[in-house]
Write a protein that binds this ligand. Structure first.
Ligand SMILES: [Zn+2]
Length: 351
C-alpha cells in the first residue's frame, strides 16, 4: 500500500511549487510521475501523482510542544491509518495525554518520554521514531537489519510521547498572567519566568518521583516538603493525574518491557533493588552495543516509573538518559542523539 493523491496543475504553477506545497522535492515527484519527461514542461489541467507516504511530518524544531505533537499525531494517523491514537488521561490543566499504538503483535512494549518537562526532546525522538517506523513498515523496508513488517506483526508498541504536557508547555512558552495557575506556578518558581530548570508538572510535583516503589524512602531522601520545579515527590504516591494516568495505563496492559526516555547523561539504568529479572543485564548490554551509552545497574533513587515497573512485574524496565549537556538540550543535538537511540528503539522491540 502506497497511497497517492492527485494534484491538478493550475495555470502558472511549476513542478517546484507543487513539490514545495506537499513537502516533497522535484525528484520525488518525477519518480512518482514517469510520464513527465521535462520537469519544466507541465500543462494546466495535467494530473500529478503526489506520493503522500514520502512527506515528512515530524520536523525537529526549537520549540516542539503539545500542539506540534498533537497535530503531528493527527497527520501521522491519517497518512498511516494503522497508527492508533488514544487518550490515557488528563493533565492538571486539562490537556489530554495521548498514547499511540503501532504494530499488532501479541507482545506489548512501552516507551515514554517527557516525564520531566525540560527533557522534551525525548518527545521529538519518540515521534520521529513513530514516523520512521510507519514509513518503513508501509514501504516494506528494513531499518538496519530489522525487518519492520516482522516487528510490526510480532509486537504492539505503545508510546506515550509526552507524559507531562503542562510542564513542557511551561518550559517552552512560559505562562500568561491570565492563566488560572499563574500565581501558584510563579510562587513555586520563586517569581522567575525562566522555566528552563522546570521538570515537574503544573503543581510542582516531580512525576517520576510519584510511584509506589519505596516512595517514603524517596521522600526522606529528597527532604523537600513543598512543591518545587523539580524533585518534590508530592503529598502521596500517584497524587497527580499524570502519574495516575501512567499507572492505570501500565496496569491495563501486559508490557513485556518498558523504557522511560529522559535527558541527559548517555546512561542506561536497568536495575531496581535486585527485583529486575536476570535478562535485564543482557538487554542492557545490547542497548550499550547499539548506542555507546553506559549501563548502570543501581542508582540512589526510588519511586520512579522504571522502579515501579520492575517492582510490580519483575520484567525488564529501563531509564535511558539521552544526550549530554544542560537541560533542555538544544534541538541542534537531535540528530546526534537520534543516531545513538535509534538502536535502542529497535532492539527494545526485538528482545
Ligand atoms: Zn528526567
Amino acid at each position: 500500500m502506497n497511497p497517492t493523491i492527485k494534484h491538478v496543475v493550475q495555470r502558472g504553477e511549476t513542478l517546484f511549487q507543487i513539490a514545495k506545497k506537499y513537502g516533497l522535492t522535484v525528484n520525488v515527484l518525477l519518480a512518482a510521475n514517469p510520464s513527465i519527461k521535462n520537469p519544466s514542461l507541465i500543462m494546466p489541467g495535467q494530473v500529478i501523482n503526489i506520493p503522500r507516504a514520502i512527506k515528512t511530518i515530524v520536523v525537529p524544531q526549537e520549540s516542539y510542544g503539545y500542539d506540534e505533537m498533537m497535530s503531528d499525531l493527527d497527520a501521522l494517523s491519517k497518512l498511516y491509518p494503522f497508527i492508533k491514537v488514544s487518550t490515557i488521561g488528563k493533565t492538571v490543566a486539562g490537556r489530554s495525554v495521548p498514547a499511540v499504538q503501532i504494530g499488532n503483535g501479541k507482545k506489548e512494549v512501552h516507551y515514554n518520554g517527557s516525564f520531566h518537562a525540560n527533557e522534551w526532546i525525548t518527545t521529538l525522538l519518540l515521534m520521529k521514531f513513530l514516523e520512521v517506523y510507519a514509513k518503513a513498515y508501509q514501504g516494506g523496508r528494513y531499518i538496519g537489519y530489522f525487518n519492520m513488517k516482522n516487528l510490526f506483526e510480532r509486537t504492539s508498541l505503545w508510546i506515550v510521547p509526552m507524559v507531562n504536557p503542562d510542564g513542557v508547555e511551561l518550559v517552552q512558552n512560559s505562562i500568561q498572567p491570565t492563566d488560572p495557575f499563574y500565581d501558584a506556578v510563579m510562587r513555586i518558581n520563586r517569581g522567575s519566568s525562566d522555566f528552563r530548570g522546570w521538570k515537574a508538572n503544573l503543581r510542582g510535583v516531580d512525576l517520576n518521583d510519584q510511584f509506589p516503589a519505596r516512595w517514603e524512602v524517596e521522600v526522606a531522601r529528597r527532604a523537600g516538603t513543598a512543591p518545587a520545579p523539580h524533585d518534590y515527590p508530592g503529598p502521596s504516591p500517584l497524587s497527580e493525574p499524570e502519574s495516575r494516568a501512567m499507572a492505570n495505563f501500565t496496569r491495563s496492559h501486559n508490557f513485556r518491557l518498558a523504557i522511560a526516555f529522559h535527558t541527559q547523561g548517555e546512561e542506561i539504568y536497568w536495575g531496581y533493588r535486585g527485583l529486575e529479572p536476570a535478562e535485564s543485564l543482557y538487554i542492557a548490554q545490547r542497548f550499550v552495543e547499539v548506542s555507546g551509552y553506559q549501563s548502570i545497574q543501581y542508582v540512589q533513587s526510588d519511586a520512579g516509573y522504571k522502579d515501579w515497573f520492575i517492582q510490580e512485574w519483575r520484567r525488564p524496565g529501563f531509564t535511558v538518559e539521552c544526550g549530554r549537556g544542560t537541560n533542555p538540550l538544544p534541538v541542534g543535538q537531535f540528530w546526534d542523539i537520534w543516531g545513538k537511540v535509534i538502536g535502542i528503539f529497535l532492539v527494545g522491540l526485538d528482545v
